[in-house]
Write a new protein. Sequence first.
Length: 166
Amino acid sequence: MTELDDLDELDRAIISALEEDGRRAFREIARSLDVSEGTVRGRFRRLEEAGIVKITAFANPGRFSRGNLALLFVRVAPERHDAVVAALCACDEVSYVSTTLGKWDVFAQVLVADAKDLWAFLQSRVRSLDGVLETESTLEAAVHKLWFDGHGSPQVSPDDKPSTPS
């Protein structure tokens, strides 16, 4: 299996081109890198099979009815860790789950309509889980950097910016 450390300059250039535009044609990438389209296609296939790249669409959660991202931290009884993770992964509202080190055992991103929706989700779907010892959550106010935009530069539209208190 290919490891990130095994990537050469061409692999990294192909990944960079696809980070800028995941729909960019292999032919166009090949031209910009002065290699054949077959080389780009083969390299991409190898990277994809190794699980290093995956082309997906990234939707702006702010454009949906459940457009508020909540960050959820959960402390879990060790023997119930896998069950709690599985339960969170099964929730439609949850977009991301990871195991963490430190005070919190599990981190999740949850899409909610508002604070009331977050409260209901926490009460009915999280705090009621066997093994959940403690939770902490917060609603995200604004995104200032989203790495998936290809350059890590802010991609915030005027509609996404929080209002400034006067």
